[in-house]
Design a protein around this ligand. Structure first.
Ligand SMILES: Nc1nc2c(c(=O)[nH]1)N[C@H]1C(S)=C(S)[C@@H](COP(=O)(O)O)O[C@H]1N2
Ligand SMILES: [Mo]
Length: 313
C-alpha cells in the first residue's frame, strides 16, 4: 500500500474540489498555491496524482477537524488535562515574538519571528501525529522547513545537535506556577533529523494562525517521532556538540528515549505501542495499527542505519 508511506497530502487529495478551491484562495504564500518547494513534497505530489481520488487509504488520512485539533492537547504549561490548554491559553501574548539562536552558529542572536517569516517559504504539510500515549490525529499544518531557519543562522561544522526551549512566562502560562515539569520544556534533535525536509516549524493549522493551545506562534513538528518531541512556543534554539538534555528523558529515561521514533515493536514500559486510537470518533474511532516511523520510514529510516532501535528508542 504505497499511499501509506506518502508523508504529505494536498488539499486536492482530501477535500471536495469546491472546498479545495476556497481553501487555496485563503492559503498564504506561493508554496501553498501548489508549487511545493521541497523535493520530498514534489515527489509526493506526483505520487498523490498517480494514486487517484477516492482511495480508501487516502480517506484514513482525512485531517482531523480544527475543533478536534484545538480541544484535545498536551501543553503542560497550561495544565495537565487535555482541555486545559484550550481553556487557559487565550491570554498568551504571541506577538511580538523572538527566537534566540545560539551555540555553534555563524550568526547567533535574537531573531524576530516577523523577520524570519519574511525569509522562509510557508507551505502546507498534512502529517500523521502520534502521541506516545497511543492516540493520534492527522493535522494539516502550515509551516516552513526547519533547515531554512538553520541555514539563516549558519550552522557551524562542529554542531551535531539542536536543543530547543519553550517560553517561560508563568503570568500567562498558569501551569508553570506549579513544578509539574522542570521549566522550560526542553527538546532536542540530532542535526541530520533537524535538517530533514520532513521536519518543519509550524506557524498555522488549516487556514488559521497556530492556535495558542497548539504552540503558537512557532512549534516544531517531527512527524516520525512521538508527539512530545514536537516542542511548542519555541523561544530558543542552541546548536551543540553534545546530545542535549530533554524534559521527558530527564523525568524518565527508561520510558522516554532521546530518539523516540514511532515504533510499534518497542513497547512503552507501561503499554503497547502496536496500535493507536485516532481522535475524532465516528467511523475512525477504531484502533488502528501503528506504523513504523509513523508511516515515514521510506524517508527517514536511513537516518538510523546501523542503530539498534530497541536500544536507541
Ligand atoms: N512546550 C511544550 N511542548 C509540548 C508539550 C508540552 O507539554 N509543552 N507536549 C507535547 C506532547 S506530549 C504532545 S502529544 C504534543 C501535542 O501537540 P498538540 O496539542 O498540538 O496535538 O505537544 C508536545 N509539545
Ligand atoms: Mo504526547
Amino acid at each position: 500500500m504505497p499511499v501509506l508511506r506518502k508523508p504529505t497530502l494536498n488539499w486536492s487529495d482530501v477535500t471536495p474540489k469546491a472546498d479545495f478551491m476556497n481553501r487555496r484562495q485563503l492559503m498564504m504564500g506561493a508554496a501553498a498555491l501548489g508549487a511545493i518547494a521541497s523535493p520530498v513534497a514534489a515527489e509526493l505530489e506526483t505520487a498523490a496524482a498517480a494514486e487517484g481520488e477516492g482511495d480508501p487509504v487516502t480517506a484514513e488520512l482525512m485531517p482531523n477537524t480544527l475543533e478536534e485539533i484545538t480541544s484535545y492537547n498536551n501543553f503542560y504549561e497550561f495544565g495537565t488535562g487535555k482541555d486545559d490548554p484550550s481553556r487557559y491559553s487565550a491570554g498568551l501574548t504571541t506577538d511580538p515574538w523572538a527566537v534566540q539562536i545560539d551555540g555553534l552558529v555563524d550568526k547567533p542572536g535574537s531573531y524576530d519571528l516577523a523577520d524570519i517569516l519574511g525569509r522562509v517559504t510557508l507551505e502546507e504539510r498534512i502529517y500523521r501525529f502520534r502521541c506516545v500515549e497511543a492516540w493520534s490525529m492527522v493535522v494539516p499544518w502550515v509551516g516552513f522547513e526547519l533547515s531554512c531557519l538553520l541555514d539563516i543562522a549558519g550552522v557551524q561544522p562542529g554542531a551535531k545537535y539542536v536543543a530547543f526551549e519553550t517560553l517561560v512566562r508563568p503570568e500567562e502560562m498558569p501551569g508553570q506556577r506549579f513544578r509539574t515539569l522542570d521549566w522550560p520544556y526542553r527538546e532536542g534533535l540530532r542535526l541530520d533529523e533537524a535538517m530533514h525536509p520532513l521536519t518543519i516549524m509550524a506557524t498555522g493549522i488549516y487556514d488559521e494562525p497556530l492556535p495558542n493551545q497548539n504552540g503558537a506562534p512557532l512549534r516544531l513538528v517531527v512527524p516520525w517521532k512521538y508527539g512530545f518531541k514536537s516542542i511548542k512556543s519555541i523561544v530558543r534554539m542552541t546548536l551543540t556538540e553534545e546530545e542535549p538534555p530533554t524534559t521527558w528523558n530527564q523525568i524518565n529515561a527508561r520510558e522516554y528515549g532521546f530518539y523516540s521514533n514511532v515504533n510499534p515493536e518497542v513497547s512503552h514500559p507501561r503499554w503497547s505501542q502496536a496500535s493507536e486510537r485516532r481522535i475524532g470518533g465516528g467511523l475512525f474511532a477504531r484502533r488502528e495499527p501503528t506504523l513504523m516511523y509513523n508511516g515515514y520510514g521510506e524517508e527517514v529510516a536511513s537516518l538510523y542505519d546501523g542503530m539498534d532501535l530497541a536500544k536507541f528508542y
